[in-house]
Design a protein around this ligand. Structure first.
Ligand code: SAM
Ligand code: DTB
Ligand code: SF4
Length: 333
């Protein structure tokens, strides 16, 4: 019988072979092109092999420093290059972050992710973030940060403060990157991921779907993520949130099933990872979200806000998870 496994990367016993890329864009495109029932079956099979299909991780986001970012990412409301009306703020205080972390834990989150609108933190910024990581750890949550580019030394300082995860997304396929962002390049992103990995921090790395890319473009993004060696422990799949004033504000709707397919392929190619159904849930109907869970998504952003845009409210998410029969620490509680 033909194996359901498509690559050595799916096999926990297989050694990590660094020489050849484990996944080509073409091999991922073949998966994306499958009839949906076949693709879902494969994704579910892998999901059940590596995870409890009834468990979902809840991660809460907090924007600790909003707006005024010098980068020109075409999707982002926080760039100074786009007239979105987002006001720049200073870094939050330890007291503010402690209150938010405590509330997130009370609501059932297990991971707390702090985002800052920086190209890269300077040393004074990093001193402040080190304190904030200590506060989150003190509240008994997993700590994650997304602060832009990091040097090797900065990554080590964050690790010493107790940081569990660092989020830094590749966002799109390499050949599309220059159309979306001009102020840094793909290699900058890869360098930061390397620094994070070498510091012993878990990697959270994903991308955005719905920025006008083709199916091949989505395959290229997943290939990059799946070929990271090792692949990320957390993979956020964001649907573009179209914000007025950004260059991508008028992007047409993405077929929801294309989003579901992307989640399924992330699950198949990165079997041990937490695949997070990330930004864009507010714009998705419940049925699409449920298809994403069936395709192998096992984490969500949980809390009324993402960074500057909305997220489903906590009661709505608890009701949705209960309707589906998914459990998290809050529901199992
Ligand atoms: N400034 C840091 C950086 O870019 O690495 C950290 C914060 S940045 C807002 C984190 C991620 O949010 C981006 O890499 C992107 O994937 C996601 N993001 C930003 N704006 C978005 C939008 N409008 N829709 C979906 N995802 C978005
Ligand atoms: C990720 O992949 N998505 C989150 C988190 N990592 C930092 C951010 C989504 C931002 C959506 C737009 C906003 O709220 O500003
Ligand atoms: Fe700045 Fe990050 Fe937004 Fe890009 S995604 S403009 S780096 S905050």
């Amino acid at each position: 019988m033909e194996s359901l496994l498509t690559s050595a990367a799916d096999d926990p016993a297989a050694p990590n072979v660094a020489s050849a890329p484990r996944w080509t864009t073409d091999s991922i495109l073949e998966l994306l092109d499958m009839p949906l029932p076949e693709l879902m079956y494969r994704a579910q099979t892998v999901h059940r092999q590596y995870h409890d299909p009834l468990q979902i991780e809840l991660a809460t986001l907090l924007s600790i420093k909003t707006g005024g970012c010098p980068e020109d990412c075409g999707y982002c409301p926080q760039s100074v290059h786009h007239p979105t009306g987002v006001q720049a703020t200073k870094v939050m205080t330890p007291g503010e972050v402690r209150a938010a972390a405590r509330a997130a834990k009370q609501a059932g989150a297990t991971r707390f992710c702090m985002g800052a609108a920086w190209r890269a933190p300077n040393e004074r910024d990093l001193d402040k973030v080190v304190q904030l990581v200590e506060v989150v750890k003190d509240e008994g949550l997993e700590a994650c940060c997304t602060l832009g580019m990091l040097s090797a030394d900065q990554a080590q300082r964050l690790k010493a403060a107790g940081l569990d995860y660092y989020n830094h997304n590749l966002d799109t396929a390499p050949e599309l990157y220059g159309h979306i962002i001009t102020t840094r390049d793909y290699q900058d992103r890869l360098d930061t991921l390397q620094h994070v990995r070498e510091a012993g921090i878990h990697v959270c790395c994903g991308g955005i779907v719905g920025m006008g890319e083709s199916r091949r473009g989505r395959a290229g993004l997943i290939a990059q993520l799946a070929n990271l060696d090792p692949y990320p422990e957390s993979v956020p799949i964001n649907q573009l949130v179209r914000v007025q004033g950004t260059p991508l504000a008028e992007q047409p709707d993405l077929d929801p099933l294309e989003f579901v397919r992307t989640v399924a392929v992330a699950r198949i190619t990165m079997p041990r990872a937490k695949v997070r159904l990330s930004a864009g849930r507010r714009q998705m109907d419940d049925a699409t979200q449920v298809l994403c869970f069936l395709a192998g998504a096992n984490s969500i952003f949980y809390g009324d806000r993402l960074l500057t845009t909305g997220n489903p409210d906590v009661q709505a998410d608890q009701a949705l998870l209960a309707r589906v029969g998914l459990t998290s620490s809050v529901l199992a509680g």
